[in-house]
Structure formats: structure tokens, C-alpha cells
Design a protein around this ligand. Structure first.
Ligand SMILES: Nc1ncnc2c1ncn2[C@@H]1O[C@H](COP(=O)(O)OP(=O)(O)O)[C@@H](O)[C@H]1O
Ligand SMILES: [Mg+2]
Length: 110
């Protein structure tokens, strides 16, 4: 499954203005290859991965996954794409503290 980002720009609100976290990024990850994104804290790694995983919609640019430009997809189609084709290990675990490990997995099944 090939991943291609073209001219991807992502900004966040920053006071009266906008902070540019991704500035016209181009990235090509051919199927079957491994890519590491490295850089200092605050350089935009998490922003890049969130956009590449379709969790965050960029201000501009294309995120093409296996031939489909995902930027124009609706929420349900993006959710299906993530469920079927994308594995995400989050930096923040997003677990429910009151549940056991087994219960966390049961929640996912519902
Ligand atoms: N939700 C957010 N709201 C506003 N600014 C953000 C948000 N997330 C990240 N940023 C800013 O975007 C820039 C890139 O952050 P981030 O993608 O988290 O970098 P990294 O993962 O490389 O540390 C930083 O300047 C950070 O402060
Ligand atoms: Mg990060």
C-alpha cells in the first residue's frame, strides 16, 4: 500500500494568527518499505502522522493512500479506511483507566 503526501500544509490557531506545523510537505512511501520520521520536538512529526493516518485533515494538499485521495472523503469513509488498512500505535495510550486490559479490548469489539 503506497502512501503519498503532496504539498501538505497544516496550520493551528495561534493567538490572532496561525502556526504552520506542516509547510508544503511531500512524502512518498512505496508499498513494502519502512519509513521513519525523525526530528526535534515540535518539528511536526505527530502532525505529519496524524495527517497521513487521516485523523487530521490538512489545510491544503493531497494524502493519497493506495490510490485514493483521502482528503475529500467523509468521516465514515475515513473511519472505514483506518479500520481496514491502517494500524496506529498512539503516543498517548487513550485507554480508559477504570478498565482492565481485557475490558479495553471488549469495548473495542462493540
Ligand atoms: N493541537 C495543537 N494546537 C496548536 N498547536 C499545535 C497543536 N499540536 C501541535 N502544535 C504545534 O505544532 C508544531 C508541531 O508539533 P508536533 O506535530 O506535535 O511536533 P512533534 O511531534 O515533532 O513534537 C509545534 O509548534 C506544536 O506546538
Ligand atoms: Mg510528537
Amino acid at each position: 500500500m503506497t502512501l503519498t503526501l503532496t504539498d501538505v500544509t497544516l496550520t493551528y490557531p495561534d493567538g490572532d494568527g496561525r502556526l504552520t506545523a506542516l509547510d508544503r510537505i511531500a512524502l512518498d512511501v512505496p508499498a513494502g518499505t519502512l519509513t521513519a520520521v525523525v526530528g526535534p520536538s515540535g518539528s511536526g512529526k505527530s502532525s505529519l502522522l496524524a495527517v497521513a493516518a487521516t485523523l487530521v485533515t490538512p489545510d491544503e494538499g493531497a494524502v493519497v493512500i493506495a490510490g485514493t485521495d483521502t482528503v475529500g472523503l467523509g468521516r465514515a469513509d475515513k473511519a472505514e479506511l483506518r479500520r481496514e488498512r491502517i494500524g496506529i500505535v498512539f503516543q498517548q495510550p487513550n485507554l480508559l483507566p477504570s478498565l482492565t486490559a481485557a475490558e479495553q479490548l471488549q469495548v473495542m469489539a462493540h
